[in-house]
Design a binder for this molecule. Structure first.
Ligand SMILES: *Cc1c(COP(=O)(O)O)cnc(C)c1O
Length: 449
């Protein structure tokens, strides 16, 4: 397979500097707190796919809520600076823009955490019948998603060995082609109730063609939901137009909402106003106007839209940091961020592929020249690659990872042999990419840039 060398990149340190000088988004780096090494130097933080960095404005928004709690207590629900009763609604417009929901149509809500939301969506959108009972996932799927689906099947009295189908990559490959998913639908479509797939696979970094997969699912009469944990804030999403039934994501990865931040959920407008769709309800999904008429002992009537899936009142202290981060996303805009991300990650791929001791990318690529023994398993096509590159290291991968950490770069290692790196356009630089590539390819002295 060809390598992605089409960008006019150059290998020198000066070239990296010029890319940074021309970067219109460079100023956003100063809005984040950068983790530092013991000597006080910022580390090369390429772990934004696990936990995004902290916006410097987070203390301020949290302090505001603490102040309202301190001075107003219960009255802050209605009289706080941002009233707590409807605090979650403040986050909705920015999230609609990030995931491509129809503005003002009530398709998104922030609530709970990711896996909890997956369970809530499975209750509503996985409606197996005797003929149509299968759920399709990818291989490898994130363990939490797999546990959610398998336990869900069991609580419905179904056997995961019969009702769960995991699409695997072709032999010798790491990524799953859309044709493979379409092929599975052609073979077993009438037995498939739901496809639950990632926007971006956590392990390989592959970006899935959501539009095409959703269209194929619809042709076969299947529901289709996406886990966007690694896609939200990373790639351009158009969930409404792509006709996705539902989607869930967490907010602490690319969205920089902080550890355990409140998660997000999309329910397409065509489902949002159907009060008969089964769901697990709680009072926060009720109509906010009548929610407190507790004496009436009414039947639950969901409020319209995704908000009708809320169960409990959400954590204000978990929503506040996300609010700070979404303001930055709105200012930068997803389209320019994606554009920079293409160049940033494309540059990393270029440097790794051309270096002696570097790696070859794509399917069937061999170990690079100079005995580097590495291979980029993230697909090389620009539309199938987000921020993350997953690098398979053949020779002593744990030691290589340890050397990266000691050299001042933070990235993660996934068993058995994959180093995942995610340069993030909001706060990473081309010089960091250049320095990282030197560290990983064993160039002498981790020069500064
Ligand atoms: C990060 C991630 C999770 C984490 O789930 P939580 O419920 O937020 O703990 C789940 N699924 C995928 C695909 C992820 O990438």
């Amino acid at each position: 397979m060809t390598c992605n060398l089409s960008e006019p990149f150059g290998p020198t340190k000066d070239f990296a500097r010029r890319l940074d000088a021309a970067d219109k988004l460079a100023g956003f780096r100063g809005r984040f707190d950068l983790p530092r090494s013991p000597t006080g130097e910022p580390v090369i933080y390429f772990s934004g796919n696990s936990l995004g960095l902290k916006p410097k404005t987070v203390e301020g928004v949290i302090e505001q809520e603490l102040a309202d709690w301190r001075t107003l207590a219960v009255d802050a629900h209605l009289k706080g600076k941002t009233p707590w009763y409807s605090y979650h609604e403040v986050l909705v417009p920015a999230i609609e823009r990030l995931v491509g929901a129809r503005p003002g149509a009530g398709e998104v809500v922030v609530m709970n955490s990711l896996t909890v939301n997956l369970h809530l969506m499975l209750v509503s959108f996985y409606r197996p019948t005797k003929e149509r009972h299968k759920i399709v996932m990818e291989y490898p799927a994130f363990p939490s998603d797999l546990y959610a689906v398998t336990t869900h099947l069991r609580t419905r009295g179904l056997d995961p060995r019969r009702s769960l189908v995991q699409v695997r990559p072709s032999d010798g490959e790491h990524c799953i082609s859309t044709e493979r998913i379409e092929g599975l639908l052609a073979e077993q479509g009438s037995e498939i109730a739901l496809l639950l797939l990632p926007g971006v696979n956590f392990f390989t970094g592959q970006v899935f063609d959501i539009a095409r997969i959703a269209a194929a699912a619809r042709r076969h009469g299947c529901m289709v939901g996406f886990d966007l944990a690694h896609a939200a804030g990373n790639v351009i999403l158009n969930l409404h137009d792509w006709d996705v039934d539902f989607a869930c994501w967490c907010s602490y990865k690319y969205l920089n909402g902080g550890p355990g931040a409140v998660a997000g959920c999309f329910v397409h407008a065509r489902h949002g106003n159907d009060p008969d769709r089964p769901r697990y309800a709680g009072w926060w999904g009720d109509d906010p106007q009548t929610r407190f008429q507790m004496h009436l002992q009414r039947d639950f009537v969901p409020q319209p839209g995704a908000a009708g899936w809320q169960v409990s009142n959400p954590s204000i202290l978990s929503m506040a940091p996300l609010r700070a981060s979404l303001e930055i996303f709105d200012e930068a805009g997803m389209a320019p961020l994606r554009e920079k991300s293409r160049r940033l990650t494309g540059y990393l791929r270029y440097l790794l592929e051309r270096a002696p001791g570097g790696c070859r990318g794509g399917a069937g690529g061999s170990a690079g020249g100079g005995g580097g023994g590495m291979r980029i398993i993230t697909p090389p096509e620009p539309e199938a690659q987000g921020c993350q590159l997953s690098i398979q290291v053949h020779d002593d991968p744990l030691r290589r990872h340890q050397e990266l950490l000691e050299g001042g770069a933070m990235c993660d290692f996934r068993e058995p042999d994959v180093i995942r790196v995610a340069p993030v356009p909001l706060y990473n630089t081309f010089c960091e990419v250049w320095r990282f590539a030197r560290l990983l390819t064993g160039a002498p002295s981790p020069e500064h840039c």
